[in-house]
Design a protein around this ligand. Structure first.
Ligand SMILES: NC(=O)C1=CN([C@@H]2O[C@H](COP(=O)(O)OP(=O)(O)OC[C@H]3O[C@@H](n4cnc5c(N)ncnc54)[C@H](OP(=O)(O)O)[C@@H]3O)[C@@H](O)[C@H]2O)C=CC1
Ligand SMILES: CC(=O)C(=O)O
Ligand SMILES: [Mg+2]
Length: 766
């Protein structure tokens, strides 16, 4: 998983992941519809909890807040809560589709607040296009929130709404499409100008679009020193020149210039920079061709840019190209801003987000892209170590440094400019505290996908007659992960696909029918040689290869006809595993085990063995610890292993715990190179205060790998965590086999199958 010394180079030709409309709808409807839920932060289990949380206990903070409003930050969610508010009049670049239709985007923004900056957020869709009604609706909500993020409200109404609400409310009111976009575009522009050796004062820029995002972008770059005479603004009517009357408003007029150019085409001739904040397809190849040498093109319309990087690459090889999308390099998108800007603003209880805070965010972003990317961060860059250059002018949203770099800069500027109600004395300590909030598993998962994308694999889907497996296979190839081999009867696969509306006739999908494959004899010979002394006759083996797809698929992988395999949706784990073990051995010196990854409230814990050893011996437990430590390291975690039991360091003493104590002694003898200790109970392993009661314990912090004493405790506890504790469970991942195989849980959904196929492909590559 060592990142390569390189930087992403696509020239517009890199294959990029895409999603189908069905995948997008399934993603939003699966399980609980939508993308958000609310989770209590206090126990609500007993009479006492109720007395504290509700009547009578709740009266105490009520009185405290009435006496001192600042106390609301100490006793309520206000200080970490942002409302994302829209009326749906400019949803991305899709136009005015109404408040209700904007909800998926607003929920998305709320989720991004949480994911990237641990800011709690709720979306509010306000069903009016009337400016006064909208303002009146929002102005009274101040007590509920630490900040208001206005989103996708069209110009010019958005300007009036934002400025009036800023006057009326004593918390930050920030129209993300204006200032979020401006901050990110300014950061990208600072770097692009430097790379092309341009001076801010003489660069000529055309901005297509004269709405919320566009006006804010040009205002910010003017305030940074851009010469107003060098900026031409265009809208649907063409160039905004002095004296134009059609389709004008005061915000456009403020940026009208003296020029005889009238169309976007004319404006772009010889331009150094073009900003697209308008609509899909607004730039033609001709316009791009007419720009100056080494042009800077930010085509920021969402979901589809004004021109694609592929189109630009066809006609010019000297452009610096950015879009608003996640699937191209140089993503100039406000996701890089709003979570972190609000994080900083909330932490100093800011009254507003002022220009000083915006410029601080832009500068922090720009300088982050120029810094060397350290090893532990390279994972977020898809295993490639990016270097400041035309393909890397701005950090990626998954860059784990953003959470500390941007809020610290924003908080500092808020304190210095007087917008803060609370001063953070030690900003370095604040930065360290912020870093600790990041969850590396997301970066790891995306790194797995990215690595596979760079080195696509042939993965056999053993149960391809199942509809969800076919969908997973299609998604696998759509995401550029490799070739999907569908194993099954051709006619059954095709008729099921047709019924389900799945298109299989596309490059990257191969259907293999075990009954008529010309590899059958080779697989029978291979398997018979392995099983003839295990009580199998040749005809038994023939039957296995002809009739059982796990055996056939595993032989494909064993003999190199496929790189990896995924199975498990139609059979239980143990059956699938024993089918595979007949065909594939453990890697020399390894033990085959299952490791589940539990992600819970930002914490990631590996649990082993959750799949293979029923009642492991002390030797087995030591082996499991070694295998789990290897996997944790591969996923970017330095293992701290707790050997779990019901007892802790000999108390209470019991026969079952003896095995675990012995396993610890075996690890001592092996002089392994990772931290471990035990035996200990789960609460001691996971709770720092409980752990402190054993000062002699050798773990340097709470455990991140739990070795379970037996499979039943492993399986029961992980499933309970998933069902009762709201944790996300990944796996069990099968580790230790000589070839790459993953087994999903029975009845797994297509998204889970794709994840397992990606992990199988990833393991096949190393
Ligand atoms: N990458 C990012 O982070 C962000 C990207 N955006 C994108 O910017 C675009 C505009 O959003 P926003 O400012 O909020 O919307 P607004 O509705 O406020 O403004 C839209 C502007 O685009 C102009 N426009 C529309 N189509 C064309 C066209 N074909 N040629 C020239 N001008 C056109 C409109 O012109 P007129 O005034 O004549 O009607 C208007 O000035 C969207 O595509 C959005 O996705 C927005 C925010 C963030
Ligand atoms: C990214 C964003 O906010 C938009 O396109 O509207
Ligand atoms: Mg928006």
């Amino acid at each position: 998983m060592a990142p390569k010394e390189n930087h992403p180079k696509n020239g517009g030709k890199r294959s990029r992941p895409s999603v189908t409309e069905k995948e997008a709808l399934d993603f939003h409807s699966e399980g609980r519809p939508g993308k958000l839920e609310i989770v209590p932060t206090k126990p609500m289990a007993t009479q006492r909890d109720l007395s504290l949380a509700y009547s009578p206990g709740v009266a105490v903070p009520v009185k405290a807040i009435a006496a001192d409003p600042a106390a609301a930050y100490d006793y309520t969610t206000r200080g970490n809560m942002v409302a994302v508010i829209s009326n749906g009049t400019a949803i991305l670049g899709l136009g005015n589709l109404g408040a209700l239709a904007s909800k998926p985007v607003m929920e998305g923004k709320s989720v991004l607040f949480k994911r990237f900056a641990d800011v709690d957020s709720i979306d509010l869709e306000v069903d009016t296009e009337n400016v006064d009604e909208f303002i009146n609706c929002v102005r009274y909500l101040g007590p509920s929130f630490g900040g208001i993020n206005l989103e996708d409200i069209k110009a010019p109404e958005c300007f009036i709404i934002e400025s009036r609400l800023r006057e009326l409310m004593d918390i930050p009111v920030f129209h993300d499409d204006q200032h979020g976009t401006a901050i990110i575009a300014a950061a990208g522009l600072i770097n692009a100008l430097e790379l092309t050796g341009r001076d801010l004062k003489t660069t000529k820029l055309v901005c297509n679009g004269a709405g919320a995002a566009a006006i804010a972008c040009i205002e910010l770059i003017k305030s940074m020193g851009f010469n107003p005479e060098n900026i031409i603004l265009c809208d649907t009517k063409g160039v905004i020149y002095q004296g134009r009357t059609e389709g004008m408003n005061q915000w456009k007029s403020a940026h009208a210039v003296k020029t005889d150019r009238r169309t976007l085409e004319e404006a772009m001739k010889g331009a150094d920079v073009v900003f697209g904040l308008s609509q899909k397809g607004a730039f033609t190849e001709e316009m791009i061709r007419s720009m100056a040498e080494r042009p800077i093109i930010f085509a920021m319309a969402n979901p589809d840019p004004e021109i694609t990087p592929e189109e630009v690459a066809r006609i010019r090889d000297d452009a610096i190209m950015a879009t608003g999308r996640s699937d191209y390099p140089n993503q100039v998108n406000n996701v890089l801003g709003f979570p972190y800007i609000f994080r900083g603003a909330l932490d100093v209880r800011a009254r507003q987000i002022n220009d000083a805070m915006k410029i601080a965010a832009a500068e922090a972003l720009a300088s982050l892209a120029r810094e060397d990317v350290p090893d532990d961060v390279a994972a977020a860059y898809q295993g490639i170590r990016p270097r400041f250059g035309p393909q890397y002018i701005i950090p990626v949203p998954f860059d784990p440094r953003l959470i500390s770099a941007i809020p610290v800069a924003v908080a500092k500027a808020a304190i210095e400019s007087g917008a803060a109600r609370r001063v953070i004395g030690d900003l370095d300590a604040y930065g360290r505290e912020l870093s600790a909030r990041r969850d590396p598993i997301a970066a790891t998962t995306q790194n797995i996908y990215a690595q596979v994308r760079r080195s696509p694999k042939r993965v056999v889907f053993a149960e391809a007659e199942e509809e969800q497996v076919m969908r997973a296979a299609v998604s696998f190839i759509n995401q550029g992960l490799g070739t999907a081999i569908l194993l099954g009867r051709d006619d059954v696969i095709r008729s099921t696909a047709e019924r389900a509306g799945i298109e299989l006739d596309r490059p990257g999908i191969e259907i293999v029918n075990a009954r008529i494959s010309n590899r059958v004899e080779a697989y029978i010979d291979y398997l018979y040689a392995r099983l003839q002394r295990e009580g199998y006759l040749q005809r038994d083996v023939q039957r296995l290869i002809h009739n059982d797809r796990n055996h056939f698929a595993a032989c494909m992988v064993a003999l190199g006809d496929a790189d990896a395999m995924v199975t498990g949706t139609t059979r239980n784990y143990a059956t699938a595993l024993s089918d595979i073990r007949r065909c594939i051995d453990p890697k020399p010196g390894h033990k085959v085990i299952g490791v589940s990854i539990v992600v819970s409230r930002g914490r990631t814990v590996f649990v082993a063995d959750t799949a293979v050893h029923d009642m492991p011996s002390a030797q087995d437990l030591a082996d499991v610890a070694c295998e789990a430590a290897r996997l944790a390291r591969r996923m970017g975690y330095e293992p701290r292993i707790a050997m779990l039991a019901y007892s802790t360091f000999g108390q209470p003493r019991g026969e079952r715990s003896e095995r675990v104590r012995e396993a610890v002694a075996i690890l001592d003898q092996r002089r392994v190179n990772f931290e471990y200790d035990g035996e200990m109970a789960a609460d001691v392993a996971l709770n720092a205060a409980r752990m402190e009661q054993y000062p002699f314990n050798r773990l340097s912090g709470t455990a991140n790998v739990l070795v379970m004493p037996a499979i039943h405790s492993a399986s029961i506890s992980t499933r309970m965590l998933e069902e009762l504790g709201g944790s996300t469970l990944i796996g069990p991942l099968l580790v230790g086999l000589d070839k790459s195989v993953q087994i999903t849980s029975m009845g797994a959904k297509d998204a889970d199958i794709v994840n397992m196929a990606a992990i199988a492909a990833y393991n096949a590559g190393s």
